[in-house]
Write a protein that binds this ligand. Sequence first.
Ligand code: ZN
Length: 567
Amino acid sequence: MGPLPVPRLARRPQPGRRTDRRGARRRAPPGPSAPRGWPDHPRGVPPRHRPEPAARRRRARPQHPLGARPRRRGPRALHRARPPPRDLLRSRSRARPANVRRKARVRRRSPWWPGGRTARGARSRHRAAQSEIRRGHQARGPPGERARARGLRGAPVRTRRARRAGAVIDRARLERRIAELSRVGGRGTSVTRLGLSAEEQSARDLVGSWLAGRGATIRRDPAGNLFARIGGEGGAVLVGSHIDSVPDGGRFDGALGVLCAVEAVETLLEARADLRRPIEVVAWADEEGARFGVGLFGSAAVFGRLAPGVAERRDRQGISVADALRALGERGDPALARRGAKDFTAYLELHIEQGPRLERAGLALGVVAAIVGIYHARVTMSGQADHAGATVMTSRADALVAASEVVLAVERIARARPDTVGTVGEIAVRPGAKNVVPGECVFSLDLRTSRDLDPYVHEVLASVERIAHARNVGASIDELARVPVTTLDPKLRDALRRGARSVGVEAPELTSGAGHDAQNPALAGVPTGMLFVRSTGGSHKPSEFASLDDAALGAQALANTLREIAG
Ligand SMILES: [Zn+2]
């Protein structure tokens, strides 16, 4: 977010002068590179050997603004009064002396300057390193990280700027951490970090380590959620999202909300913002439900909204939720994670939009007005497995044919309702052989609407029973989640719109078609607000993408909103 370094013009070489690396000038011996005169040139001297313009020369010896004589300075101060040695910062210029080029080359190759390939990157690192050196530290590592490792606040250049401008997020740090977190369970742009897995735990450790360095109290609860608390007693402002992913998912769903929450909080701490309320950054466990089939798991546990028997649900390897929690070192009972709604004064979540509306509108941010109601279930249709050749068509109880009819019914019912979708995304057939009539079919139901959820669910379930009866198969329905349509807090929506406006975005209000952890605090009575960041390339797949520009706008808007409600 900070101003980008302005590209500097190369200093024009002057006749008869050379510049040493500290900016001091000395006479050069006359030679072919320093011609005295060019009589046959119309203006006496070809352009590249013309003397510096008068204004440029004057800058080397600044005039006192009131016209008085400048104060006497020692030799060091005189050096400082001259322009800085810009030649050091130019990576490709051939105009600078060979010793300086060599030095810059060594610096770019050094392992402590990772990725130092571009002139701009080299420049900003150089400036940060110069500040470190001025403070009496020898630059031996990436400047911000070393300062943080010593328990100091962020890189000095950044901090000074932040103090001047209010609280400006560190865009480079955000970029670095997006990459760092995506490497946990990631390969390229694909991320697989399933709920309650070792990868999810590594991600939690990483996020915790960022805030532990800021003096936060880090805690993992019995459901595997990570909390990092800053500040004293009282109801906290909770801010965060989830860090698990679907199999072969992307880098931004959930993760960006945690990264922006960490960035916003660090920015406020660096700016020494006056915060009256404590802040807790949260990384929810297993939001996607990709492993055990229970979405919004961590937040549901904290706000007492877990479906009964969740701890005994098993993944495809037969590992139960309780086993997975025990493997993390917890007691295996996610209900122990419950906290009262009174513990929190507000909940804020930033998330990628997962839809095309912001992209189509050409806007980076949107404010969520409501989140759709969601119903998740697993349906088992039980028929009779039999020989595919010997069993006549009139005496079959084919579970897959019955399930297929349900799939079509879901489509028909959803299409007939406004703002409603319905999906069967998983299906398994047993015994699963080409010459056997399917005896059992298990499939998922995912029903969503921004209208009234219950009548929709009722209509679908009634059709399941009707089809099962007509097809002479059994049907059992295992309800995994039922979350009603959630309207978010009007005051927090206004605050988030102001936050977006503060970064120059007139954020529209949207309804979220995806379910979010934000539903659980909102339904438990905690005032809740959600900010969407534009994303492209779809969602729940490696191509999902939020640009750094948009992510930085989101983090800044979140920081400004957080400052307003926690300050
Ligand atoms: Zn998500």
